[in-house]
Every structure is written in C-alpha cells, then in structure tokens.
Write a protein that binds this ligand. Sequence first.
Ligand code: UAG
Ligand code: ATP
Ligand code: API
Ligand code: MG
Length: 487
Amino acid sequence: MQLKDLLYKIPLLATSGSMETDITNVTMDSRKAGVGSLFIAVRGTVTDGHSFIETAILQGAAAIVCEELPAELHKAVAYVRVQDSAKTMGLVAANFYQQPSQKLKLVGVTGTNGKTSVATLLFRLFRGLGYRCGLLSTVQNQIDDQVIPATHTTPDVITINQLLTQMLENGCTHVFMEVSSHAVVQERIAGLTFAGGIFTNITHDHLDFHKTFDNYIRAKKGFFDQLPATAFALTNVDDKRGLVMLQNTAARKETYSLQTLATFKGKILADSLFGLNMLVDDKEVWFKLIGQFNAYNLLSVYGAAVLLGEDPADVLMLLSGITPPPGRFEQVVSEDKIVGIVDYAHTPDALQNVLETINGLRQADEQIITIVGCGGNRDAAKRPIMADIACRFSNRVILTSDNPRNEDPMAILEQMQAGVSPIDYKKTVTIEDRHEAIERAVSMARPHDIILVAGKGHETYQEIKGVKYDFDDRAVLRNAFAERGNQ
Ligand SMILES: CC(=O)N[C@H]1[C@@H](OP(=O)(O)OP(=O)(O)OC[C@H]2O[C@@H](n3ccc(=O)[nH]c3=O)[C@H](O)[C@@H]2O)O[C@H](CO)[C@@H](O)[C@@H]1O[C@H](C)C(=O)N[C@@H](C)C(=O)N[C@H](CCC(=O)O)C(=O)O
Ligand SMILES: Nc1ncnc2c1ncn2[C@@H]1O[C@H](COP(=O)(O)OP(=O)(O)OP(=O)(O)O)[C@@H](O)[C@H]1O
Ligand SMILES: N[C@H](CCC[C@H](N)C(=O)O)C(=O)O
Ligand SMILES: [Mg+2]
C-alpha cells in the first residue's frame, strides 16, 4: 500500500519525500521495523519513540510519522509530521487493514469493574444466538473457538486491527471488547468504528496513571465522546457518573438500572450461592451468576443485545444458562464443604461488592476468611483501603502478595497493614508467600466456612521481579483441600 493511502483523511502538518512510497507494514516499535515499514514515533510513559527513528531507518523503515522531524533527513525516506502520533497510529492502522471495525458490529465495554464479565457474557450470548464472534479481553482474546493469549485488557491499536481482520476472515459478525482507561488515553482505540459502547461503573483505581479521579472519569468518558451517531451508548444510571459519560456523545443514549426508571430495568428477587432470580423488564428469570454486581452485568448485556436487534425473549432464555467467566466468583468446594471462592476483585469497590455478596449469602455462623494482596507497580492508594475493607467484611484476613512486579512485597504489605484499624489487628495475619497464605487459610477453616481468595482470579502466574512464575489460586486451593482430606 502506498503511504498516501495510509494517510487518507489524516491531517498532516508537514511532509518530506515521496508520498507514493510503498509500505509493507506499520509499527510503533522500532524493534519490529523492517524493510518497507512505516515507523510511527509515539511518546510513551517510559521513553520517547522519537529517539528510535534512526534505529528504525537502519533496519529498513521506508517512512516515518512523527510529531517532531529529526534534524537530518534521509533522502530515501519519507517523513510526515502530525499533531498527535498516537492518534495517527490508530487512523493509519485502520487504513492499512482496510477498516475491519466498519465491517463488524464492534461493541466496547468500559468501567472500573465488570468489563471482562460483560464482554465475555456478550460473546457467549451471541455465539449462543448463532453468530460467529470475536472477543478481546483481559483473560484472553478469542476468534470463535480459537483462543489467542492476551497481554493487555485492550491491546495496542495495530494488534486490535490485526485481530479484527482475522475475525472477519473467520466469518465473525460481532466483536466484543474491553476498553480500558489506559487504552482511551493512549489512543489504542483511535480509528475504530464502534456499533455500541457500554459503561459499567467507575470507582477508585489506576490513579497512579491518571493522577486524579477527574482525569480517570474524563478518560472513560473519552470513549463515549468518540462514538459515532450510528452507535448506541448504554450506561448504568445507578452509578453517580453514569450520565456524565453520555454528556457529549453523538451516539443514541440508552440506560439500565436496578433502582430507577431506565430503558432496561431490573429487580433482584433473590440472590443465593446457586444464582440470581430477577425481574428483567418485568419478566422473571433465573441466572447462574451470583451477586448484585452481576445483576448489573446481566442487565447491561441484555440491553446491549436488544439494542443490537435481538429478540428479548431469546436473549433472556440463553442468558439464563450462561456461566460466569473464569476466576470471577469461581467456586472450589472441599470434601468437608469449605467453600473456596476465587475472584478477580483487585479494586476496593470490587472487593467490597464480593464480600457484601458473600455476607449476604451466609446462612449461619460460617466464618469468612479473606486472602488478599495488592499488585506492585500499580495504584498504591488502594492498598490500605483494600486491607480495611477485607477486615470490615471478614472474620479472618490474611494479607499476602498479589503480583509484586518490581516492588518489594513486604513494602506493599506494610502499606496494606496501615489501613487495618486497631480493633481489627487481631483478626489479621501477614504471610508474604501466597501459596503459604492459601494453605494457612485452609488449615484455619471449619466445614462450611467461606474462603475468599481475591485479586488474581483467572491468572495462571505470579509476576515477581520481571519473571512470571506458574501460579493459579484455584489449583493451589484445590491441592490444599486435597491435602486436608488426606490428613
Ligand atoms: C503504562 C502503559 O500503559 N504502558 C503501555 C504503553 O507503553 P509506554 O507508553 O510505557 O511505552 P514506552 O516504553 O515509553 O515506549 C514509547 C514508544 O517507544 C517505542 N519504543 C520503545 C523502545 C524501543 O526500543 N523502540 C521503540 O520504538 C515503543 O514501542 C512505544 O511506541 O504502550 C505500550 C504499547 O501499547 C504498552 O505495551 C504498555 O503497556 C504496559 C506494558 C502496561 O503494563 N500497561 C498496563 C498498565 C495497561 O495498559 N493496563 C490496561 C488495563 C488496566 C485496567 O483497566 O485494568 C490494559 O489495557 O491492559
Ligand atoms: N459490575 C460490577 N460492579 C462491581 N464489581 C464488579 C462488577 N463486575 C465484576 N465485579 C468485580 O470485579 C472483579 C473484576 O471483574 P472483571 O474482570 O469483569 O472487571 P474488569 O473491569 O474487566 O477488570 P480489569 O480492569 O482488570 O480488566 C470481579 O471479579 C468482581 O469481583
Ligand atoms: N488490569 C489490571 C489487573 C490487576 C490484577 C492484579 N492481580 C494485579 O496484578 O494488580 C492491571 O493491570 O492493573
Ligand atoms: Mg478486564
């Protein structure tokens, strides 16, 4: 493809060299540049892509897109200066892959919690309705049955376009994807045409990256601001910021709620360890998912499916049979009936929701034992808050490591301990090793007690100092239960 075709509809500030240069691939990473590449220099959080322009050219790059032209230009290379490289990257990627998002029904889900749950439920529902579908999620990417490992909640925009292209080639008609706040700010969704956007909720997270809660709200809202008039924007009006998301969107505004009037209205009739009984638009339905937060997720999925033109009765029938995604309120029960719950709650709000749900499901004097840690190189402000929440809603708490990444695990744990109020000291213990922490919880538990292992859900590794070691909360719990049975 020629450079000028890749730059179609993109505002350019300056050019040098031939716009008819043939381009064989597009990249924002000099390490992936080769003969005939277009290298786009993007300023990042760690380094500046502009300092790799020469490297990319040495490797054969035929053209450069940047915000600042280098002092010396190579004659054989074409240069283009733009206002915003990251945004241009999205538009170029869409042009290079010939706008795959316009040929599919692409629905994005944003919010602090529930993105994976909602996107995965939609994917499963639409496959049940007979469509071939794609999924881009934290847990994994999927093209119908084919699983492609995920590295991010929202991949970079080139990977997104590549995956959408493969999805199209495989006959997919619908794609459901998570839209993280990082992705909005870093323009990882630029150039994508969405058929719909869903907002779940917004609470404390990622302030290490966004700095203030207002910036974080603005990032999420940025997704709705860029939806086209042909799309729907479906928001949770029970969330304080639900309507803020829709303030400046061109899309059709739609709402869902468990508490007030909305386009899609739900009511919880009963919630137990076996599932939810709900009224959805006045029809009574049983679902296999548990907890009020899942009632919201189900309602948004129902609403989106109806807005995509599906029959409400078919949607409810299929949804009632759908199971939760891996690592979301996943139960592992011991032979002597200790209930283990592995859940990806890694934010204060998620942890509180899950613990409130568990407390609500408790029938007698079962103890709740919570094992929780906080990730390293991530928002530190949530650490004391999560420890406090764990204590307030549990009988015993074991503070342990999540993914320490490049931080000292004990330093993270000390920040968590600072949130434990003096009256709760006695119920907490700190065990740095997560394996040992889970084993200790199992040894403390009596039959029918509930052990919540929070924070890592589906993850099958633990990241310590740049190395990902095999680790699966569910497997460790299962083994600890088996050993208990042998004693
Ligand atoms: C903080 C953050 O979001 N970082 C992401 C960002 O990297 P960055 O801005 O740090 O990039 P950088 O290293 O400064 O490099 C700048 C530019 O120079 C280029 N470069 C760099 C080195 C080189 O030799 N040559 C070269 O060309 C890079 O390719 C890049 O284009 O852009 C990269 C490419 O898209 C991402 O891989 C990277 O994700 C890192 C690994 C990450 O951990 N991100 C997390 C925080 C994240 O994005 N999480 C959200 C989910 C959050 C949630 O809602 O729970 C997600 O969507 O996954
Ligand atoms: N609608 C919701 N509201 C509040 N909490 C929720 C909701 N849905 C799920 N949760 C809780 O949040 C946890 C994470 O859910 P999920 O993986 O769906 O969120 P996510 O937004 O994809 O997270 P991430 O930002 O890591 O991608 C769940 O394990 C559950 O504890
Ligand atoms: N998408 C989230 C996942 C956090 C999961 C938790 N286990 C942790 O490692 O902090 C992030 O990258 O911040
Ligand atoms: Mg997710």
